[in-house]
Ligand binder design. Structure first.
Ligand code: UTP
Length: 291
């Protein structure tokens, strides 16, 4: 069955980025001139997804506004014949894409956020996209690579990448069973293990293609020590009944939920921006030579 639906859980508290995220959604922080959530939406649309479900909260209204019309701005830009800018603001999302917004009333974890979309997803495979993981690709984007694998094996697919061993406690880590080309059959997954307990250094990053059966497992997950319902726990449970694959995708990921990853993305995307690249490179070279 074709994958058409995507969930964007955007109801987290963004504590690693306070105070910026006190009143502004983390997903609205821009890399150069575009908010993180727009990069994520563009990736989904390029991968052929047409139904986008945003799990938001009361502090995240700016995300709904960003993907809506802004008539005053549009008419002023039209009056002033700023047609390129007008195109930019009216085309943040293609017309054939359906957007649905639902609320997670309390930040009870990623698994809980995904569960809020159960009725809208129905009995269809779907993607989960975490916008703070920004991925730069050369050719096919990460979701497209995952959906292609899903077309071959209609299973649960996790995007994975190698991380330094000392960072395993920041990620869900898979136990790879068998490697075939660029993907692994997964036979275990542990949320944020200490390096000595980690079954590998292959970390799950913010892209998933999941089977709808995951919802019944999510409903059974007990809150962890921090009171959160983890998606990882439901994936660990579904593994007894359905196949789970980890895809080592081609592309570079930036953890834009962390300050360092955010700065790295600004530099790389700035250096590749047509308008800015030459001046920005000069600035960086000069700045580093005097650092
Ligand atoms: P994170 O682990 O990055 O948490 O969530 P966070 O709250 O956004 O940020 P920090 O760690 O406090 O700085 C991973 C993803 O899951 C969403 C977040 O919005 C993010 O996209 N999420 C997390 C929810 O939608 N609801 C939650 O209750 C928790």
């Amino acid at each position: 069955m074709n994958v058409r639906k995507a969930i964007f859980p955007v109801a987290g508290l963004g504590t690693r980025f306070l105070p910026a995220t006190k009143a502004t959604p983390k997903e609205m922080l821009p890399i150069v001139d575009k908010p993180l959530i727009q990069y994520a939406v563009e990736e989904a649309v390029d991968a052929g997804l047409t139904d986008l479900i945003f799990v938001t909260s009361y502090t995240k209204r700016a995300i709904e506004d960003h993907f809506d019309r802004q008539f005053e701005l549009e008419s002023k830009l039209a009056e002033r014949e700023k047609l390129e800018l007008l195109k930019l603001v009216t085309e943040v999302i293609p017309k054939n894409i359906n957007c649905v917004y639902i609320r997670q009333r309390e930040a009870l974890g990623l698994g809980h956020a995904v569960l809020q979309a159960k009725d809208i997803v129905g009995n269809n495979p779907f993607c989960v996209i975490l916008a703070d993981d920004l991925i730069k690709n050369q050719q096919k984007n990460c979701l497209t690579q995952m959906i292609e694998l899903h077309d071959r094996f209609p299973a649960n697919i996790l995007a994975v990448e190698e991380v330094p061993k000392e960072q395993t406690s920041s990620y869900g880590i898979i136990a790879p069973h068998k490697q075939i080309d660029h993907y692994y059959e997964v036979n275990g997954i542990i949320e944020k293990p200490e390096p000595q307990d980690a079954p590998s250094n292959l970390a799950v990053i913010g892209r998933y293609v999941l089977q709808p059966e995951i919802f019944s497992f999510l409903e059974e997950v007990q809150p962890d020590k921090g009171g959160e319902i983890q998606l990882t726990a439901a994936i660990a449970a579904i593994m007894q009944y359905q196949k789970v694959f980890g895809l080592r995708f081609a592309g570079k990921r930036y953890d834009c939920g962390s300050k360092l990853g955010f700065l790295q993305a600004q530099v790389d995307f700035g250096l590749e921006n047509k308008e800015l690249s030459a001046q920005f490179a000069d600035f960086l070279q000069h700045r580093l030579s005097t650092h």
